[in-house]
Design a protein around this ligand. Structure first.
Ligand SMILES: C[S@@+](CC[C@H](N)C(=O)[O-])C[C@H]1O[C@@H](n2cnc3c(N)ncnc32)[C@H](O)[C@@H]1O
Length: 393
C-alpha cells in the first residue's frame, strides 16, 4: 500500500475478502464508530447479514456450468460481490452499482486486490436507474441485492423488475422503528401499512415489509414467495423468490390480511384480505385493525436447514443465527409476551418451558420465538391460553 493509502484506509478481512475501507477509528463519535460518517459506507457489524447472504446464495443458486447473473444496487466498498464470487463456488457474472463515485472507485480497488476485477462490471448511477437498465429479459439477474440506508421502499419496484422468473432478491431495511410501528403515519407513508405498537411488533415489522413487497410486485404482475426473513440488531432482512405472471401475483396477494388486535385483552385474530374486500368480517368493540401484513409462512425452514449445512467458514455468530431462524415457526402469526400477560392478569411470571409443555399436552402447537426470550407462539385459542396461564403456578 502507498503512504497515501495507509493514511486513508485500513485493510479488513471479511470471509475470504480482503478489503480497503476508510480508517474506522477516524470516524468515531463518543467512542463509537459511525459508518454513515465515512466517505464510503462500510459497517463491520453487518457481517452477520452478509454471512447469511453467502449461506443463502450457496443454497439457492443452481450448481450449473452456466454463468449466473448477480447484481447489487448499492455496493459500498464492494464486499458482498467479492464474497459472493470467492465463497459460493458458482460462476457469477456480477454488475454492481453505487451512486457515490468514491464508493465505486474503492470497490474497483477492492475487486483488483481480490483478483476478481474481470468478473465485475461497475456502475455509478441511481439504484433505480441501475435496475431499470437490467429490466429487459436477457439482462435480468438471478440474484439481486438491495441494501440501502434506512428504507428500501422507494427501490423495491425497480428491483423486482430486474429479477428473472424464479430469481431471488435480498432486501435490507434499517428503518426498523418505522416498520415496528413507532410512528404509524410514517409506516403508512413508506409502506402503505397501518401499524401500531403491539406485543409481537418485531414479527409484525417483518410481515409488514413482506406485504409491502408483495403489493408493489402485484402492480407489475409479479408474485413473490418469501423464503427467509428475520430481524436482528438494527435491521430486518427479507429474501424472496420472484415469480413472473398474473397468476403468481394473485396467488401471493392471497397471503395478505389484517390483524384485529384486542387492545383490552392483548389478544388478536387475523382476517384475510379477501374477506376484507368482500366485507365479510366483524370488528369487536376493543379491536384495532392493523395491516396489511403477510399472514402465511415466511421462512422455508428446510431451506434454512440446508443453509446451516452450507454455513462452513462463516462466523459462529452467523451460524447460531441461521440455526435460530431454522427453528422459528412462521406459520403462526404473532406471539404472546408472557411478561405482559402476567401483568395484565396480575399473576406472577410463568416459566416459558412449563407453559409450552402444558399447551402441547392439550394437543396444540407451542414454541419459543427468536424475537423474545419470554415469548410464546401457539395456535391455542386465546380464552384457553388465558385459562391455563392463570391456572399454572
Ligand atoms: C448501507 S450502504 C451499502 C452497504 C453494502 N451493501 C455493504 O454490505 O457493505 C448504502 C449504499 O447506498 C448508496 N446509495 C445511497 N443512495 C443511493 C441511490 N439512490 N442509488 C444508488 N446508491 C445509493 C450509498 O452511497 C451507500 O454506499
Amino acid at each position: 500500500m502507498s503512504e497515501e493509502t495507509t493514511e486513508k484506509y485500513e485493510e479488513v478481512v471479511e470471509g475470504k475478502a480482503k478489503l480497503l475501507v476508510y480508517r474506522l477509528e477516524s470516524y468515531r463519535v463518543k467512542g463509537s464508530y459511525v459508518p454513515a460518517l465515512t466517505p464510503v459506507f462500510f459497517n463491520p457489524i453487518m457481517k452477520t447479514n452478509r454471512d447469511i447472504m453467502i449461506a443463502f446464495l450457496r443454497t439457492t443458486l443452481q450448481r450449473t456450468t452456466k454463468e449466473l447473473r448477480y447484481g447489487e444496487m448499492m455496493t459500498g466498498v464492494g464486499v458482498r460481490c467479492i464474497r459472493a464470487i470467492l465463497e459460493t463456488n458458482t460462476k457469477l457474472i456480477c454488475e454492481i452499482n453505487d451512486i457515490n463515485k468514491k464508493a465505486i472507485e474503492l470497490a474497483e480497488k477492492n475487486l483488483n486486490i481480490n483478483g476478481v476485477r474481470n468478473k465485475v462490471k461497475t456502475f455509478c448511477v441511481d439504484a433505480r436507474m441501475f435496475s431499470l437498465m437490467h429490466s429487459a429479459p436477457k439482462d435480468r439477474f438471478d440474484y439481486l441485492d438491495l441494501d440501502p440506508f434506512g428504507s428500501p421502499a422507494e427501490f423495491i419496484e425497480s428491483a423486482l423488475l430486474s429479477v428473472k422468473h424464479e430469481g431471488h432478491v435480498g432486501i435490507t431495511a434499517t428503518d426498523t422503528a418505522t416498520l415496528l410501528g413507532n410512528n404509524s403515519i410514517k409506516t403508512f407513508l413508506k409502506y402503505g401499512v397501518i401499524a401500531s405498537r403491539i406485543q409481537f411488533n418485531k414479527e409484525f415489522g417483518i410481515r409488514a415489509l413482506i406485504a409491502s413487497i408483495a403489493l408493489t410486485a402485484t402492480k407489475q404482475e409479479i408474485g413473490i414467495v418469501p423464503e427467509l426473513a428475520y430481524s436482528e440488531k438494527h435491521y430486518i432482512r427479507v429474501y424472496v423468490k420472484v415469480l413472473r405472471g398474473k397468476k403468481y401475483a394473485k396467488e401471493s396477494i392471497s397471503n395478505l390480511g389484517f390483524v384485529l388486535y384486542n387492545t383490552k385483552e392483548n389478544s388478536w385474530e387475523t382476517i384475510k384480505m379477501e374477506d376484507v374486500i368482500k366485507n365479510n368480517w366483524e370488528k369487536g368493540e376493543n379491536h384495532q385493525i392493523i395491516g396489511p401484513i403477510w399472514l402465511s409462512k415466511y421462512i422455508d425452514n428446510e431451506l434454512v436447514k440446508s443453509m446451516y449445512n452450507n454455513s462452513f467458514e462463516l462466523s459462529q455468530e452467523s451460524v447460531d443465527m441461521i440455526l435460530k431462524i431454522a427453528n422459528e415457526n412462521s406459520e403462526i402469526v404473532g406471539y404472546y409476551d408472557t411478561d405482559l400477560i402476567s401483568k395484565s392478569l396480575n399473576v406472577s411470571s410463568r416459566k416459558v418451558q412449563k407453559l409450552i409443555n402444558k399447551i402441547k399436552e392439550k394437543g396444540y402447537v407451542a414454541t419459543r420465538t427468536l424475537y423474545d426470550p419470554k415469548g410464546i407462539k401457539t395456535n391455542m385459542p386465546n380464552s384457553e391460553f388465558i385459562k391455563i396461564y392463570s391456572e399454572l403456578s
